[in-house]
Design a protein around this ligand. Structure first.
Ligand SMILES: [Cu+2]
Length: 332
């Protein structure tokens, strides 16, 4: 019911999660309206019915256990239900399926760069397939940014020095507006991007560097366009680009990619594995662990090795880091 009334003021539903989110929001709006009318209605009724009249004296009340039980039980059950409902949507919004198509995102003042496994790089437009889970692995080169896609009802902070992620399965083809939602300086409001959702044929064509035809904006029309740099020609896959960084930065001096141990442990099979550290902790080698180890090697030392790895902090750009991690990830 509220959906219709609000249809013109909320963005379109570009994902299944968006529809669930709106459902919960409508419900909250509905019960808020219901209790508002109930409370204010009762207040008006009592104010009029029991207004002061000299000839009429109100009887003396001591309370009602039944009433009290009802006003404790009903809100408790209602709130627990809202919590369960919200939690289940939150869970769906945050737990990306493991087979999601991954895109790496780097925010900086004041544009977004996207890197794809096939080696392409785009600026301010991220190309993704329709009806397929997509995961954005995001970081920032400078300050805090926020990646918000209103049509998808999802948003995540983008933080320098670490990776955060966001995932969605887009169901509506076209260009969906992205806003930066952490105030990040002068051109914060101009830090615009689009998620370009392509159907199967367009997705194939895009990956083969063929023309995909015009893609229309969906929802939020009229927002100023960001300037878009088109796809840079791919210099090999992202992992290939990472291999070049790996060799250029001299990782090969201490690490192997074929399983043999050198000064440092091999990187073959590292990604996703459990790593034992000298301080007794066991950690999963995910993007954040690897990145951390490259920038801050003294923080974690792998069991059985000496802490001799130099820090590469400031020596590897965010886009190089993404390529490097894609390379280490590819060493199965
Ligand atoms: Cu920003």
């Amino acid at each position: 019911m509220f959906n219709q009334a609000l249809a013109s003021s909320v963005p379109i539903q570009g994902t299944a999660v968006a529809a669930r989110w709106d459902g919960l929001y409508d419900f909250l709006l509905g019960i808020s309206a219901f209790f508002f009318l109930l409370v204010v209605g009762a207040m008006l009724y009592f104010a009029i019915t029991y207004r002061h009249r000299p000839e009429k004296k109100t009887t003396y009340f001591t309370g009602s256990h039944l009433l009290e039980a009802i006003w404790i039980a009903v809100p408790t059950l209602l709130l627990m239900m809202i919590f369960g409902w919200g939690y289940s949507i939150y869970h769906a919004m945050t737990q990306a399926p493991s087979d999601a198509y991954e895109v790496r995102v780097v925010g900086k003042q004041w544009l977004w760069t996207f890197q794809y496994d096939n080696g392409k790089t785009t600026v301010n437009e991220v190309y993704v397939p329709m009806n397929r889970p997509v995961k954005l692995v995001m970081t920032s080169e400078d300050v805090l940014h926020g990646f918000y896609i209103p049509n998808f009802r999802i948003k995540q902070d983008v933080v320098p020095g670490m990776y955060s992620s966001l995932w969605f399965t887009a169901t509506v083809p076209g260009k969906h507006q992205v806003f930066c939602t952490e105030y990040c300086g002068t051109s914060h409001s101009g830090m615009l991007a689009k998620v370009v959702v392509l159907d199967d044929a367009q997705w194939k064509a895009w990956n083969l560097n063929r023309p995909i035809g015009a893609v229309p904006d969906v929802g939020l029309e009229g927002v100023a366009e960001a300037s878009v740099a088109q796809s840079a020609p791919a210099a090999g896959s992202l992992a290939d680009q990472g291999k070049a960084v790996y060799e250029k930065k001299g990782c090969v001096a201490c690490h192997s990619v074929d399983g043999t141990t050198k000064v440092g442990p091999t990187h073959k099979g590292l990604f996703g594995s459990k790593v034992e550290l000298t301080d007794g902790r066991t950690v999963i080698a995910d993007e954040n662990y690897i990145r951390n180890h490259i920038e801050n090697p003294q923080a974690n030392t792998v069991k059985g090795f000496n802490p001799v790895m130099p820090t590469f902090k400031g020596l590897i750009s965010e886009t190089e880091m993404n390529a490097l991690i894609a390379y280490i990830k590819s060493l199965k």
